[in-house]
Design a binder for this molecule. Structure first.
Ligand code: GDP
Length: 445
């Protein structure tokens, strides 16, 4: 479904991951190629631009271990960003069908695959969830479309609402509702009429049906082969009718796949299913994780980097613990802790995890310490020389003045930091002896 994009990207990353060391220029060049590959796959320009920007930001300032190369790290970042771009906030395959009979409204342009998708979903609901489904065609302009749904229904063993000539779509929707209630159906699916283009009448009709049926889901079916047009169509349908999700069809074709990547970023609507062929089983839920993996085709590297990241953290924790047990706790350690605290939702989050630290936490709160203080403290430590950080005992008055000035803060604030450091160093030493430290560190990393 994403063959071309996938091929292009693996070309870029093959080069990158083979190199041991990477310069900023290497990464820039690679990301330029990724950007071109995205645009060629018909991903919209703003989405491609934001994507590259996010990857660039994350790629700088990453800590890397010997076990992975920077190139592999970049692959992992691109993978995570792909997943992010694709991710919706709900389980894509879970249709809202409680309170039977639950109406599902299917909308889309003519030829998008709407009728086929209606039948595919009905079959899925029947077979996977054991639901009784009733399908109704509202395409009063095209008797052939009504026939088509009836034929598909017979083929998959799902009932269709009998065709009554002369009814308008709203009347058919009402009849479907009545029939679904009386017949004990769990779900009824309304296959609205499509047009070649979005026009007033199409929208008015879909809106009128929506208002009488009050559907739990409004699924828009769009042709994935139409690239950016698919995204534009989705945007327009959503503006005018409101949709709860998108089904991208013909993803089995040699489409460039860009529509899938831009859809959520531009319309804010999740892709729920993808159509992968004409057969009634050719439909899948849209799983961002799996799709990102498929696009990159580099699952091994992603797993490797995840493992290495865990190792880095474990090693870091281990190293710190050894130092603390020996009573060595310098300003570098404190800085690392402060940064960790910021990452973990600030002061309270971390203090809560450290046995014996509650008292200090209260003291900090009483002295008005909050997270902006964490940032200032980190600035103060950054303003120290290497030697001063390693050995805080060096901090005499003249040095303190220089450090505070460098951070743009008062010496009194630095004094507080030094005092805090001393308290923490003492605490670490005590905890190290009692074996409590190991316990506390476990929760922190
Ligand atoms: P509608 O006018 O939107 O109701 O479109 P149809 O459901 O009649 O589909 C139009 C054509 O597209 C039919 O020949 C379908 O078999 C085909 N079709 C629908 N979905 C897919 C898909 O996911 N992949 C492929 N290859 N063909 C599809």
């Amino acid at each position: 479904m994403f063959e071309n994009l996938s091929e292009r990207l693996s070309g870029v990353f093959d080069k990158l991951t083979k190199q041991g060391a990477l310069t900023d220029d290497d990464v820039k060049t690679a990301l330029r190629e990724v950007r071109v590959a995205l645009l060629e796959a018909d991903v919209s320009l703003p989405v491609a631009r934001d994507f590259i920007k996010a990857v660039q930001e994350k790629a700088t300032g990453q800590s890397v271990t010997k076990s992975i190369t920077p190139g592999q790290q970049v692959v992992k970042i691109v993978h995570d960003e792909l997943k992010h771009v694709l991710t919706g906030d709900q389980d894509p395959g879970a249709l809202k069908i409680d309170n039977p009979p639950a109406p599902i409204l299917m909308v889309g342009l003519q030829g998008s695959g709407k009728t086929t998708t209606t039948a595919k979903l009905a079959k899925r609901l029947k077979e996977r969830e054991g639901k009784r489904v009733l399908m109704a065609s509202l395409d009063t302009n095209r008797p052939a479309a009504m026939e088509q749904l009836a034929i598909l229904g017979a083929q998959i063993g799902v009932d269709t609402l009998p065709i009554v000539k002369g009814e308008d779509p709203v009347q058919i929707a009402k009849r479907a509702k009545t029939q679904a209630s009386l017949g004990g159906y769990d779900v009824y699916m309304l296959d609205t009429a499509g047009r070649l283009h979005i026009d007033q009448e199409l929208i008015a009709q879909a809106a009128a049906v929506r208002d009488v049926a009050n559907p739990r889901e409004i699924l828009l079916v769009v042709d994935g082969l139409t690239g950016q047009d698919a995204v534009n169509v989705a945007q327009e349908f959503d503006d005018k009718i409101g949709v709860t999700g998108v089904v991208l069809t013909r993803m089995d074709g040699d489409g460039r796949g860009g529509a899938a990547l831009s859809m959520r970023a531009i319309t804010g609507k999740p892709i729920r299913f993808v159509g992968l062929g004409e057969k009634m089983d050719a439909i899948e839920t849209f799983e961002p994780d799996r799709i990102a993996g498929r696009i990159l085709g580099m699952g091994d590297i992603v797993a490797l980097v995840e493992k290495a990241q865990e190792t880095i953290e474990a090693e870091q924790a281990e190293r710190m613990m050894k130092r603390f047990q020996k009573g060595r706790f310098n300003m570098n350690d404190l800085k690392m802790q402060l940064e960790q605290m910021m990452k973990m939702g600030g002061m309270e989050g971390m203090m809560g995890m450290m046995p014996g630290a509650q008292k200090m936490s209260k003291q900090m709160a009483a002295s008005g310490m909050d997270d902006s203080i964490l940032k200032r403290q980190i600035a103060l430590i950054n303003s120290m020389t290497k030697k001063e950080r390693a050995n805080p005992d060096l901090l005499a008055a003249s040095r303190k003045k220089r450090i505070a000035k460098g951070a743009g803060l008062e010496v009194s604030e630095l004094n507080k930091l030094v005092k805090q450091h001393r308290q923490m160093a003492d605490m670490m030493k005590k905890m190290g002896k009692g074996g409590m430290l190991k316990q506390a560190m476990k929760g922190m990393f």
